[in-house]
Ligand binder design. Structure first.
Ligand SMILES: Nc1nc2c(c(=O)[nH]1)N[C@H]1C(S)=C(S)[C@@H](COP(=O)(O)OP(=O)(O)OC[C@H]3O[C@@H](n4cnc5c(=O)[nH]c(N)nc54)[C@H](O)[C@@H]3O)O[C@H]1N2
Ligand SMILES: Nc1nc2c(c(=O)[nH]1)N[C@H]1C(S)=C(S)[C@@H](COP(=O)(O)OP(=O)(O)OC[C@H]3O[C@@H](n4cnc5c(=O)[nH]c(N)nc54)[C@H](O)[C@@H]3O)O[C@H]1N2
Ligand code: SF4
Ligand SMILES: [Mo]
Length: 875
């Protein structure tokens, strides 16, 4: 297709994290998009992080699901939708409404989510709809409801900029909410905000920390109980919430030892919190994903409630949401224990209000199954028809192998996804192709309650359809055409807004009924706005007036008795922590398409303390086998004192599509918080031992690599593909093995050093490198960046030297993804140009001057250079 004139920029919102940055997307007319930060969006004011900046690299057709499929064959929409409707209807008729379930996602747009929830809770008549937000925000929701009587995030992003002290608890903001982190870093720079990071791990976020508290895993409630007692001692209790006396009594009885923190650091924290008038406590998965997550949330909320540091500028607890529409999902009632518009399913008045509004034939009367229990019910056959939309539970659920087996054994499984091949789509009977970001219209709500439009800028590929429409079409075929007869997502939004007015009249917090009569053109031009927006109330903070949504109108403090992770059983002596890396998004179905995003950390890894590594006989870059009672994984070892002894860390992103055995949730037990049902994803008891391979390899190819060996991890490159490899058996014929794995024919150039056990093969055509495989008896030490840069470029026989020539310095591991600047280039610059600051590196080399996501890594490199060491800078 020829390039046409660029079209005007379209204002939309980033599909990744809950910061909810505004984006200007400019279609190039040939299916591509140029992406820039929207200077007018209040969340980011023009900034974007590296994932947002790379969106243009992920919108191609590669890997897309383009037609409905039934049992692996392409089918038409009518056939597929008829089948889904018939199987769900039959199941409900024979076994009742609770024999079916939907498992949905905080990455759906509000309109998609509203339709799914309406179908299940009002028409099918079951509350068996749960969402991946159960794995993410459920403890925050439960904590908010206990303390405030509603699931309300009280504050705004600007509070982080107006605070004197910001405490980040269990949040790696630098990597997971990068633009909010940049806003905080800028505020700290200009007004000296004190920043405290509470995390067992020394993360990139610690880069701006005045104080890092590497507390013992799971001991957060101890810390915040100690804080509450200190608040009381200082006479800072200014409010009288319900439950104050009990909470204080428990707090006073809490002993500090369990935090494992030195007294001085602990006291410094208590002094900072008590001594700063304006404090914001930001928290995320280090709090939520715990078997006492809800209690941890309330231990934090208690401190803010007792001091009245809530709902006023620069103050408040702040649960930052992970997914782009985690908040929207909560608003529509996507969790199995909620109703639409923050109404309560157990409350008959609320149920009747929703029933009347929907004219619902069969309202769910009780909460449905929460995610972990839902997949248990799939496993034991109580649920016979399951529809999974916009999430990849075969990877992301705890006990992931068991969950995958349960899905595989279910009578009827429908999966709606953008992508053809995921670990979950592989298990479906019916696959429904969904439009994705850039192709669909709707709204999302970010962490500060701001509702923004996502706007379509690209045509739907193949036969893909919008999720809301797919669900509504099934509902119509199940006999409810009238209730699901919208023509556009704008009409769905209007209905949702009208229902929120009903909720608002009942005293609910979520009310956007100003938009109940929104017209198509108004929806098209809708500007980002904060909820609530109703005749009763507009935007702003909640609870500054001291009024809460409880029966008494007062806030509730919860007396929290800290529960710590059980001591590790002998056979599983390590407590594995899990989480995210800077440049990948969850199961990588989209970020994995971007070469730029795949180079920061190209392989699944295990951060292991040097003392543990020494004891286990593991060195940097060795492979380790990590096992729990539930499953196992093989991971590359990264020896670092960023983690504590006994508490290794592994990222969650690799799947069976991208690695041989690295699905971390295969190791994680299905243990949940008793109040919220959220899994304790940050603590798996595991055993670790060296994975002894006979050979290790690194391969590049212009063609997709199909590894056939015990260990592999693959990633895309600008000019093809790469794979890390290892095996326990030497292949009989290396040339044939290389041809098969690398998709090559013909004779490779080869060297073999039997004494050192080294083998190198290169496939060269027309003087250009097509593929190469380097094999050694130990983890392959070679300049990967040189081989990567040589792929599909002119090369000679010296390519087998594995090292760049004198005129081609090895750039090293990628640090600045925006400008493709490697570690060695930066270290060289620091050395030769005497660069002393991150800004100086930016001026001299450009690194860190676009999205800024790598600035913590640059600081680390400056420290590394100063210390004369060469520790890996990231990870
Ligand atoms: N790059 C990137 N960004 C993302 C995502 C992504 O996939 N990639 N996903 C998005 C989503 S959905 C979410 S939910 C957010 C998550 O955002 P975060 O919660 O910030 O990220 P995580 O890495 O899951 O975990 C945060 C930290 O919790 C720490 N932690 C573990 N156990 C404890 C503990 O007991 N106490 C304390 N205080 N800390 C502990 C871990 O060491 C980790 O550094 O990120 C969002 N942003
Ligand atoms: N051990 C451990 N496990 C965890 C976590 C952890 O920290 N540790 N974090 C948990 C958290 S917080 C989260 S949020 C989950 C995330 O886990 P998942 O939700 O399973 O991960 P994603 O890769 O985001 O899955 C989204 C899927 O939807 C598809 N998709 C994208 N856009 C659309 C769309 O518009 N429509 C449709 N139909 N499909 C679309 C994508 O291709 C992809 O397959 O993982 C959880 N699991
Ligand atoms: S911080 Fe990055 S990932 Fe999050 S919304 Fe903004 S651009 Fe997207
Ligand atoms: Mo999440």
């Amino acid at each position: 297709m020829t390039m046409q004139n660029p079209r005007p920029a379209i204002r939309t919102t980033c599909p990744y994290c809950g910061v909810g940055c505004g984006i200007l997307a400019t279609p190039d007319g040939a299916g591509g998009l140029a992406v820039a930060g929207d200077p007018d969006h209040p969340a980011n004011l023009g900034r974007l992080c590296v994932k947002g900046s790379a969106l243009g690299e992920t919108v191609g057709l590669k890997g897309r699901l383009l037609a409905p499929q039934i049992d692996g064959r392409d089918a038409g929409w009518d056939e597929a939708l008829d089948l889904v409707a018939r199987r769900f209807s039959d199941c409900i008729a024979s076994h009742g409404p609770d024999s079916v379930a939907f498992y949905v996602s905080g990455q759906l747009l509000t309109e998609d989510y509203y339709v799914a929830n309406k179908l299940m809770k009002g028409f099918i008549g079951s509350a068996n709809i749960d969402t991946n937000s159960r794995l993410c925000m459920a403890s925050s929701v439960a904590g908010h409801r206990r303390a405030f009587g509603s699931d309300t995030v009280p504050g705004l992003y600007e509070d982080l900029e107006q605070a004197d002290c910001v405490v980040l608890v269990g949040s790696n903001l630098a990597w997971c909410h990068p633009v909010l982190y940049q806003r905080l870093a800028a505020a700290r720079e200009s007004r000296g905000t004190k920043v405290v990071v509470v995390d067992p791990r020394r993360t990139a976020t610690c880069d701006i920390a005045d104080l890092h508290l590497p507390l013992a895993p799971g001991s957060d409630a101890v810390l915040f109980n100690l804080l509450l007692a200190e608040i009381d001692r200082h006479g800072l209790v200014t409010e009288r919430p319900d439950g104050l006396a009990e909470a204080l009594a428990t707090a006073r009885a809490t002993l500090p030892q369990a935090t494992g923190l030195p007294h001085s650091a602990l006291q410094q924290f208590l002094d900072l919190w008590c001594g700063s008038g304006r404090v914001v406590t930001v928290y995320s998965q280090g709090i939520n994903q715990s078997d006492s997550g809800t209690d941890k949330v309330n231990a934090i909320l208690n401190c803010h409630l007792a001091t009245g540091r809530i709902g006023r500028p620069g103050t408040g607890p702040f649960s930052v949401t992970g997914q782009p529409n985690a908040m929207g999902g909560r608003e529509v009632g996507g969790l199995s224990n909620m109703l639409a518009c923050h109404l309560e399913i157990e409350n008959p008045v609320h149920r009747d209000a929703v029933r009347d509004f929907w004219q619902a034939p069969r309202m769910a009367a009780k909460p449905g199954l929460k995610a972990v229990d839902m997949f248990r019910a799939v496993e034991d056959g109580r649920i016979k028809a399951l529809w999974i939309i916009c999430t990849n539970p075969a990877v992301s659920m705890p006990e992931a192998d068991r969950v995958a087996r349960a899905i595989a054994g279910c009578d009827f499984v429908v999966v709606s996804d953008m992508m053809a091949r995921t670990d979950t789509t592989r298990l479906a009977h019916v696959l429904l192709p969904a439009t994705g970001w850039g192709e669909k219209d709707g709204t999302v709500t970010n962490s500060e309650r701001r509702i923004s439009r996502q706007r379509r800028s690209l045509a739907a590929p193949g036969q893909a359809r919008d999720d809301w429409r797919i669900i509504a079409d099934v509902a119509a075929r199940m006999g409810w055409a009238d209730a699901f007869d919208w023509d556009s997502p704008g009409q769905v939004f209007a209905e949702h807004a009208a229902l929120s007015g009903v909720a608002g009249a009942l005293g609910g917090d979520f009310d956007i009924s100003d938009h109940a009569g929104i017209t198509g053109p108004q929806y098209d031009s809708l500007q980002p706005f904060l909820w609530p927006q109703s005749p009763r109330r507009k935007g702003g903070r909640f609870f500054g007036d001291g009024r809460f949504h409880t029966a008494s109108g007062r806030a509730r403090m919860v007396s929290v008795t800290p529960r710590l992770p059980q001591p590790a059983p002998g056979a599983w002596p390590f407590l594995l922590n899990t989480g995210r890396v800077r440049d990948h998004w969850h199961t990588m179905t989209r970020t994995g398409l971007s070469p730029r995003l795949s180079r920061h950390l190209a392989e699944p890894f295990l951060e292991l303390h040097p003392a543990d590594a020494a004891r286990l006989g593991l060195r940097h870059a060795d492979l380790a086998q990590v096992a729990s009672p539930h499953g196992s994984a093989i991971l590359r070892v990264l020896v670092t004192d960023r983690v504590a002894p006994g508490h290794p860390f592994a990222p969650i992103h690799w799947t069976n599509e991208t690695a041989s055995r690295a699905r971390i949730d295969a190791l994680v037990p299905g243990v949940v918080d008793p109040v919220s049902g959220q899994p304790a994803s940050k603590s798996a008891n595991v055993a670790i031992r060296p994975f002894k391979a006979e050979w290790y390899g690194f391969a590049v190819s212009t063609r997709p690599i199909q590894p056939a060996c015990d260990y592999w991890a693959r990633a895309v490159l600008p000019m093809g593909h790469q794979a890390e490899l290892a095996g326990t058996d030497q292949p009989q014929d290396w040339t044939q093995t290389a041809r098969t794995m690398l998709g090559m024919t013909g004779e490779p150039l080869a060297v073999h050093d039997p004494r050192k056990g080294i083998r190198r093969l290169a496939f060269i055509a027309d003087g250009r490198l097509q593929a190469a495989l380097f094999v050694a008896p130990h983890p392959v030490m070679l300049s990967r960046s040189h081989l990567i840069a040589s792929l599909n470029a002119g090369c000679g026989g010296d390519i087998l030297a594995g090292r760049p020539g004198a005129d081609q310095p090895d750039a090293g591991a990628l640090v600045c993804a925006c400008f493709s600047i490697g570690m060695n280039t930066i270290l060289h610059g620091i050395e030769t140009q005497k660069l002393m600051t991150v800004e100086a590196i930016g001026r001299a080399l450009g690194a860190g001057t676009n999205c800024g996501s790598c600035k913590p890594d640059l600081k680390n490199l400056l420290r590394t250079a100063a210390a004369g060491r060469t520790e890996a800078p990231v990870g």
